[in-house]
Design a protein around this ligand. Structure first.
Ligand code: F0G
Length: 460
């Protein structure tokens, strides 16, 4: 069974800066004319010539929605995947090359306590940490790893702050490919490192930061026949679009007022924004949610680009944050993310280490939980409420990108009050103290446990 588009709607590559449309991407997925990033577009949809007119090969939105819904009842592996289920909006990859772990299909949770803390009535979280390797990367990786398989690569590679590498290693293993992981030594969580090892990757811990790993890898792929699986690879972006499609389906195709995402290398915000724009143009949704991007204050090159330079340039920086997933100083996809901000009318914000830690505990207290980088979304929402950008009656969806168990070290240190001790943020800790639930060590004695229970009841 062929999947993806027929020839009329086949996807093509185009450079986001000069518009050149190469037949194939080079090893580094950069435009050979100007060096900028490539993206997929779908000439058959005739979106570029739209100008308000009906495109000739416009897929029928009602038929697509019905088709995608029907696939949920299918027993075919590709229909069950929350990525491949939406293949009509993705470039074509032959079915025999598809590598799937049943990714996507992630839950949409209501967050009542967080809603109260943020001062909004209608707050949901789409939990991308509920993917097979426990982060949002799987939705892009199933698709991009399959494109590596289709091209017969023996080796795939990525630079990573931990989640991309975990995901790539798993999908490579499933597709019988070798994987090479470049990670910054001492700057990723054990949970993520342990995944890459178990899935069998060649894992190189480089004495540098994430941006240094990217530099080495970019040079490597120009010399060696390894397939680059970072989010500069446009197949990654296409796969990650499906999180937004699935979200709209879960909301009955009624878009929320706001979607809030963390910003690191800025692939995810670009992907979700691209999906929203395409869905609107295809009339799957009638209006665009505002997509806002939140960065950690110590890793805020995109925030500064927008606020200080009006998006005209991005100054790389040496990044530092305990939310190690987004400790990135030179984000590759910043121009794509900027376009999404402009198109949707979204905002950019930055949040402190303490704001991230408190928000993470609040998401945990709603019985959901996430890793630190995901919690910037709630911390950012609070700031966007205070600035008036988000109104109390507006609906908001946070994209939680990684699972709570990715970084237990952070969580335990927070609850023990050890996370930020010795830093200036310690002084602002009053907000966090009420959220801390340090474990209590007791004798194996009934009276001691009852006393602890009674004390907890009094304080609740
Ligand atoms: N949240 C988590 C949990 C992440 O792992 C990442 C990125 C982001 C947010 C930011 O997403 O880069 O698309 O803007 N992690 C990458 C990695 C860089 O290597 O795992 P982005």
């Amino acid at each position: 069974m062929p999947i993806g588009q027929n020839t009329e709607t086949a996807a093509r590559l185009r450079c986001i800066a000069c518009g050149a449309s190469p037949d194939d991407a080079g090893q580094d997925f950069r435009c050979s004319a100007c060096g900028d990033l490539l993206e997929f577009f779908f000439p058959g949809w005739n979106l570029d010539q739209l100008d308000g007119a009906e495109p000739r090969h416009h897929p029928d939105p009602a038929a697509l929605k019905a088709l995608w819904l029907n696939r949920r009842a299918s027993h075919e592996a590709l229909d069950q995947s929350g990525v491949w289920r939406f293949r009509e909006l993705l470039p074509h990859i032959a079915a025999e090359h598809a590598i799937t772990l049943g990714e996507g299909n992630t839950p949409l949770y209501r967050l009542p306590r967080c809603a109260r803390a943020a001062g909004v009535e209608n707050l949901h979280a789409k939990h991308q940490g509920m993917n097979p390797t426990a982060s949002f990367k799987d939705t892009g990786m199933t698709f991009a790893a399959s494109s590596a398989h289709e091209r017969n690569f023996r080796w795939v590679a990525c630079a990573s702050t931990g989640n991309t590498s975990a995901s790539m290693a798993a999908y490579a293993a499933r597709g019988n490919m070798h994987s090479l992981v470049l990670i910054p030594e001492g700057k990723i969580s054990w949970g993520k490192l342990s995944q890459a090892l178990d899935y069998g990757a060649l894992t190189c811990q480089l004495r540098t930061d994430f941006d240094g790993c990217v530099r080495v890898l970019t040079d490597l792929v120009r010399q060696k026949p390894v397939y680059l699986l970072n989010s500069v690879n446009p197949y990654r972006i296409e796969g990650q679009k499906t999180a937004a499609i699935e979200l709209m389906e879960q909301l009955g195709w009624e878009p929320p007022d706001h979607i809030i995402v963390p910003g690191g290398n800025l692939g995810n915000s670009s992907a979700i924004g691209k999906a929203l724009i395409e869905m609107r143009e295809l009339k799957l949704i009638s209006r665009l949610p505002k997509l806002s991007i939140i960065q950690a204050q110590g890793a805020n090159p995109f925030y500064r680009s927008v606020r200080e330079f009006g998006g005209k340039k991005l100054e790389p920086m040496t990044a530092y944050t305990l939310a190690t997933a987004i400790q990135i100083g030179n984000p590759a996809s910043w121009k794509k993310a900027l376009r999404v901000l402009d198109a949707t009318g979204g905002e950019v914000e930055q949040v402190t280490e303490m704001e991230i830690a408190a928000a993470k505990a609040e998401i945990g207290a709603d019985g959901v939980g996430c890793e630190p980088a995901s919690a910037v979304t709630l911390a950012g929402l609070k700031k966007l409420r205070r600035s008036g950008f988000v109104k109390p009656g507006e609906s908001v969806v946070l994209i939680l990108t990684g699972h709570l168990l990715k970084d237990p070290d952070f969580t335990i240190k927070f609850h023990r009050g050890e996370l930020l001790s010795g830093t200036s943020a310690e002084n602002a800790a009053a907000e966090a103290i009420s959220l801390q639930r340090a474990p209590v060590v007791l004798d194996a004695d009934l009276g001691a446990v009852i006393a602890a229970l009674d004390a907890a009841e009094r304080n609740s």
